[in-house]
Design a protein around this ligand. Structure first.
Ligand code: 13P
Length: 239
């Protein structure tokens, strides 16, 4: 099971001080062999985190990258090679918070290709908006996101899909277990790879996900900034 922390635009150098709790947990947890913990902080913290996690199995990822893997005159951008260079092994691509700002499926496809070329593993986010859900076109939307986003990409083993319904992110609202089960099964039928769930996951609502045996892990936003909550999510997954 994957447990991925997406810190979004949160965190400063002193936010790293409490990570020793997660490091300790990752070394002592009885089921540690069954879990993979990945932290995706803002770019400003990737290298410091990488150094902090050096003697542990926790890995580090970024939250986005430019679509070119080479250096170039792109003010404010960071490419996948640069992320590798500072210790990232993963990159989140296609997060709805970036899709909202204009990232298209086509651009996402270019980013995934470039990041794979640089040797990064991809956490590929897909998900429908509330309007799309109401129109009952969720599967159509997901199919499109997968088809265009992963167009001409054969590499399955370096891609993890994170299903994040947009209406669930940061709202405290989570999908009904049956619906989530069906949606994840649908995604796996389209692309046979690991599929995580993301959207308002916290220790309190984790029981709702435990029975859904097709989920391969969680992409956690808000709750991941608190080491205790993040650890509790992992513990509760196995309780
Ligand atoms: P929340 O867990 O804060 O709802 O965020 C989910 C998310 O967007 C992770 O990528």
């Amino acid at each position: 099971m994957y447990f991925i922390a997406n810190w979004k635009m949160f965190g400063a150098l002193n936010s790293l001080n409490s990570l020793y709790k997660v490091i300790k947990f990752s070394k002592n947890f009885k089921k540690r062999k069954l879990i993979k913990i990945i932290y995706c902080p803002p770019n400003t913290l990737i290298n410091q985190m990488f150094i902090k996690f050096k003697n542990s199995k926790i890995e580090v990822g970024a939250q986005n990258c430019h679509e070119f893997d080479r250096p170039g005159p792109f003010t404010g951008s960071v490419n996948s090679m640069m992320l590798r260079n500072v210790g990232a092994k993963y990159v989140i691509i296609g997060h709805s918070e970036n899709r909202k700002k204009g990232e298209t499926n086509k651009l996402i496809n270019l980013k995934i290709k470039s990041a794979l070329k640089s040797g990064l593993k991809i956490i590929f986010c897909i998900g429908e908006t509330i309007q799309e859900k109401r129109k009952k076109i969720t599967n159509q939307i997901l199919n499109n996101q997968i088809k265009i986003g992963l167009n001409k990409i054969k590499d399955k083993k370096n891609i993890i899909i994170a299903y994040e319904p947009v209406w669930s992110i940061g709202t405290g609202i989570i999908p009904k277990p049956r619906e989530l089960f069906e949606t994840i099964k649908f995604i796996k039928k389209k692309k046979n790879c690991k599929v995580l769930y993301g959207g308002s996951v916290n220790p309190k609502n984790l029981d709702n996900f435990r029975s859904i045996n097709v989920i391969d892990g969680f992409l956690v936003g808000g709750a991941s900034q608190n080491p205790k909550k993040f650890i509790d999510i992992i513990k509760k997954t196995y309780n």
